[in-house]
Design a protein around this ligand. Structure first.
Ligand SMILES: *[C@@H]1O[C@H](CO)[C@@H](O)[C@H](O)[C@H]1NC(C)=O
Ligand SMILES: *[C@@H]1O[C@H](CO)[C@@H](O)[C@H](O)[C@H]1NC(C)=O
Ligand SMILES: *[C@@H]1O[C@H](CO)[C@@H](O)[C@H](O)[C@H]1NC(C)=O
Ligand SMILES: *[C@@H]1O[C@H](CO)[C@@H](O)[C@H](O)[C@H]1NC(C)=O
Length: 410
């Protein structure tokens, strides 16, 4: 069952939203006061003089795909605090990062383009990702011993420092057993300790440590049921990025929202995922919620049956995935009918026997407000280049009314 309280808050937010759009906004450079560093966030006591960056108040992050044709120089940094370079991969036998020829060109381009921007953003090097799937096994093997973890960590630090990154992001998709979850916790602990040591020795600010993880702390949909090491993650990571999307897609034979905020029939929702992370021991302030800049598509079995959960035959336009801009273009080109579904807080469009589930302004706006209401560290977008004029990331701008609302409702 959807929480009636949250549903009514969502409704309230919808009403306030209409008002917010006409209200005055505070200057974009004013951000809320940074939250105090919780004791658990401090590095192990071994580190002498701490130059640890304090946790940011509201994180607005985005991933950039190194294989995309959207150049880093086109990123408008006013909409973000942190931008991730996705991805580098560890080599399967040495566990050192594989810097390909194109990475050699793109890594320095990325960090220099973003550091020259006004306002500047922090950059993080993201390691792993979903492809090829065999990279999960490389993480699993590497994480088994102190020695191989050290090789991986020092290689990542060297690359991050060489190209001027501010942090590391571990995207192990996914630890496949309780044992691998435990090793993931060990990897994080050793990584954080090494980062603190390196910073102290080099007299530099410590590199940040984050990670992209499954939408919920408990994994029970594929492979053996297992739980992320929440307490270790909370202790050793600066923040955690749950990938709160990909709930439904053309791998299923029915339509469904890509990133429902609420799921009245089950656990495939961001509300469930965030709740599960809190329950697992990751503090709200360390959770940075994922927002998709893309939708998922199907060909309907019967074009006249086109609600959420309707029967579907195959992947739709874009072979099952369309970026936000492409969805809007497809909608316009096909004169699609667009439906906002308040129950899941998502949109879908229907035309020519196809169905597209996606997020648009209101659903994103509500999710951002949900994140603030829950006291989360912030949110991130996957991925840059899918909304080239930043109409969607722009929605995160703080304004007076959303701030008042956030603190009153919380
Ligand atoms: C970046 O976004 C800001 C805020 O919306 C806007 O004022 C500025 O003109 C944008 N910069 C560019 C280069 O488009
Ligand atoms: C590094 O990546 C490139 C491109 O995918 C690949 O051809 C090469 O074999 C990799 N090197 C190692 C040592 O894994
Ligand atoms: C949809 O897929 C499920 C599970 O794979 C299967 O049991 C069911 O028969 C399929 N339905 C249709 C209409 O193909
Ligand atoms: C309509 O859908 C069919 C397949 O379902 C596709 O072949 C055709 O190109 C689509 N037409 C348009 C205008 O998108």
């Amino acid at each position: 069952m959807a929480s009636p309280k949250l549903a009514s808050i969502a409704l309230l937010l919808t009403i306030f939203n209409l008002m917010i759009n006409t209200s005055h906004s505070v200057s974009p450079t004013s951000s809320p006061a940074p939250a105090p560093t919780p004791a658990a966030a401090r590095a192990p006591s071994a580190a002498p003089r701490q130059s640890t960056p304090s946790p940011p108040g509201i994180i607005r992050a985005a991933y950039w795909e190194s294989f995309s044709d959207f150049p880093p120089s086109a990123i408008n940094t006013s909409h973000f605090t942190h931008v991730y370079y996705a991805f580098l991969l560890p080599e399967p036998t040495t566990y050192k990062l594989n810097i390909t020829q194109s990475d050699e060109i793109l890594l320095p381009q990325f960090t220099s383009a973003l550091s020259e921007k006004n306002p500047p953003v922090k950059t993080l090097l993201s390691i792993g990702g979903a492809f090829p799937p065999s990279v999960a096994q490389v993480f699993a093997e590497m994480s088994q011993s102190t020695k191989s973890r050290a090789v991986f960590i020092w290689s990542a630090i060297r690359v991050a420092r060489k190209y001027g990154f501010d942090g590391l992001d571990i995207d192990w998709e996914y630890p496949a057993s309780e044992r691998e979850m435990r090793d993931f916790g060990r990897l994080l602990k050793q990584c954080r300790q090494t980062l603190a040591l390196e910073a102290a020795v080099m007299g530099k600010p410590r590199l940040l440590l984050t990670g992209a993880v499954y939408y919920s702390a408990r994994m029970e949909n594929s492979g053996p049921a297992r739980t992320y090491p929440g307490p270790e993650m909370n202790k050793y990571m600066d923040w955690v990025n749950p990938m709160t999307y990909d709930y439904h897609g053309s791998w299923e034979n029915f339509t469904g929202p890509n990133a429902a905020l609420f799921d009245p029939n089950g656990k495939l929702s961001t509300e469930y995922g965030i709740g599960s992370w809190l329950e697992a021991g990751v503090s709200a302030q360390k959770l940075v919620m994922g927002l998709p800049l893309y939708g998922r598509t199907w060909v309907l079995e019967d074009p006249s049956d086109h609600g959420i959960g309707s029967k579907a035959l195959a992947p739709g336009p874009g072979e099952g995935v369309l970026g936000y801009d492409a969805v809007r273009e497809w909608n316009a080109a096909n004169k699609a009918s667009v439906v906002y579904d308040g129950e899941s807080v998502s949109y879908y469009s229907v035309a020519n026997g196809s169905w597209v589930g996606y997020d648009d302004q209101m659903s994103i706006d509500l999710k951002i407000q949900y994140a603030r209401m829950k006291g989360l560290g912030g949110y991130f977008f996957w991925a840059l280049g899918q909304n080239r004029n930043f109409a969607i990331p722009k929605l995160g701008k703080l304004n007076l009314l959303s701030l008042v609302l956030t603190f009153c409702v919380r």
